[in-house]
Design a protein. Sequence first.
Length: 81
Amino acid sequence: MEYKDIILEKKNNIAILTLNRPSELNTLTIRTMNEIQDGIRELDDDDQIKVLIITGAGKVFIAGAELKYIRNISYLGGENI
């Protein structure tokens, strides 16, 4: 699968999931969270992967939620309203 907000690499038995929004300090959007979830599902289906390293590109691992997206999320369903 092709991702826009993360990079998913596999080397031997190790997977590296990199949050790749350094200009936004790797803040989380719905798309970013969905890509993380999809990436982890992809790795879960790979019996060769034994270790997952999660890291962030740039100076910051995760600065938190992207506030301009959060204000449009329903607290009940986690969906855009």
